[in-house]
Ligand binder design. Structure first.
Ligand code: ADP
Ligand code: MG
Length: 274
C-alpha cells in the first residue's frame, strides 16, 4: 500500500485561512473516500478546537507528547494520541505545551525532522496527511516543511503582502535545498475573496499575474462568508454547517483539484518507473 501524501498548509501571516482550509480540505478528501489525518502543529490549537475539542489544554495526549517520544527514542502505541472525528477524518491535536517543545527542539538531534520521524510511523494508514502550521517560520514550521511532499499557501485576497510571500517562498526553497529535496509548492489558494468588491477581483488578478508563471494558483477561490467564520465554534465542517453554500462549493472544488493533482503525480511517477 502506498504511503500518504503529506501537505503543509503554511503562511507565516496569521488569519489567512490556514486552519479553515485544513479542516475543510481534509474533510472534503474524507468525503471522497480518502483516509485523512489532520495534524495540528500550532500551539494555539485552533484546528483542535475547530474539530470540537474546545479545551485543548485538557487533552491527555497531544502532538507534544508524540514528538517528545520520538526525540527520546521511545516506542509509540498504534494510533497513540490520534482522535477520531464524526466526519471521517482523524486528528493529532495540539495545545500550548507545543511551544515548550519547540524551544527544546533547538538542542535536539535531527531537530528539523522530528515531526517527519513521527509521521513515518503512521503514514501507511492514510492517503493524505495535512499539517496545519502556526503563523511563523520557526522550528515547528520548518519541521512541517521537512516532513511534507507539498505546500499549500492560503493568501487572504484583501491583503497582499508580496514581501511576506517572498520570505515564505525563500524558506520553502531553503528547506527544499538543505533538508527535503522532494518538497514542492502545490499552489497558492486565494481565501476570503469578497466578490462584491472590485478590489478583490483586482488582487486576485494581481496574484495570478505576479505568481501565476512561477507557481500554480488554484482555480478554486474561497469566498468570504460569515458561514465560514461560524464553523470554528461548531466542531463541524462547512459541508455539515452549510452544505448548499458557496464556501462548501469552493472547498469541494479545491478538494477535486488536490485529488486530480495527486493522481497526475502518481501517474507521472509510475511512468518514470516503466
Ligand atoms: P489562520 O489559520 O491562517 O490563522 P483561520 O482559518 O483561523 O486562519 O481564519 C482566520 C479567521 O477568519 C477565523 O476567524 C475564521 O473563522 C475566519 N475565516 C476563515 N475563512 C473564512 C472565509 N472564507 N470567510 C470568512 N471568514 C473566514
Ligand atoms: Mg490557524
Amino acid at each position: 500500500m502506498s504511503k500518504a501524501t503529506v501537505m503543509a498548509v503554511v503562511n507565516q501571516k496569521g488569519g489567512t485561512g490556514k486552519t479553515t482550509t485544513c479542516e475543510n480540505l481534509g474533510i472534503g478528501l474524507a468525503r471522497e473516500g480518502k483516509r485523512v489525518l489532520l495534524v495540528d502543529t500550532d500551539p494555539q490549537g485552533s484546528l483542535t478546537i475547530a474539530l470540537g475539542h474546545s479545551r485543548p489544554d485538557d487533552l491527555p495526549v497531544t502532538l507534544t507528547d508524540l514528538m517528545a517520544k520520538v526525540m527520546q527514542d521511545q516506542p509509540l502505541a498504534p494510533k497513540e494520541g490520534i482522535l477520531p472525528h464524526e466526519e471521517g477524518v482523524e486528528l493529532v491535536p495540539a495545545n500550548i505545551t507545543l511551544s515548550g517543545l519547540e524551544v527544546s527542539l533547538v538542542n535536539a538531534m535531527s531537530r528539523e525532522t522530528v515531526l517527519k520521524q513521527y509521521l513515518e510511523t503512521v503514514k501507511d494508514s492514510y492517503d493524505f496527511i495535512l499539517l496545519d502550521c502556526m503563523p511563523s517560520l520557526g522550528m515547528l514550521t520548518v519541521n512541517a516543511l521537512a516532513a511534507s511532499d507539498q505546500v499549500l499557501i492560503p493568501v487572504q485576497a484583501n491583503y497582499l503582502s508580496a514581501k511576506g510571500l517572498e520570505q515564505l517562498l525563500q524558506t520553502v526553497n531553503k528547506v527544499k535545498r538543505q533538508i527535503n529535496p522532494k518538497l514542492r509548492i502545490e499552489g497558492i489558494l486565494l481565501t476570503m475573496v469578497d466578490y462584491r468588491t472590485n478590489f478583490a477581483k483586482e488582487i486576485s488578478t494581481l496574484i495570478r499575474d505576479t505568481y501565476g508563471r512561477r507557481l500554480k494558483v488554484y482555480d478554486a477561490d474561497i469566498p468570504r462568508s460569515v458561514r465560514a467564520a461560524e464553523i470554528s465554534a461548531e466542531g463541524v465542517s462547512i459541508f455539515k454547517h452549510d452544505p448548499g453554500g458557496k464556501v462548501a462549493e469552493a472547498y469541494r472544488s479545491l478538494t477535486k483539484e488536490v485529488m486530480a493533482n495527486a493522481e497526475k503525480r502518481r501517474k507521472h511517477q509510475l511512468d518514470q518507473l516503466r
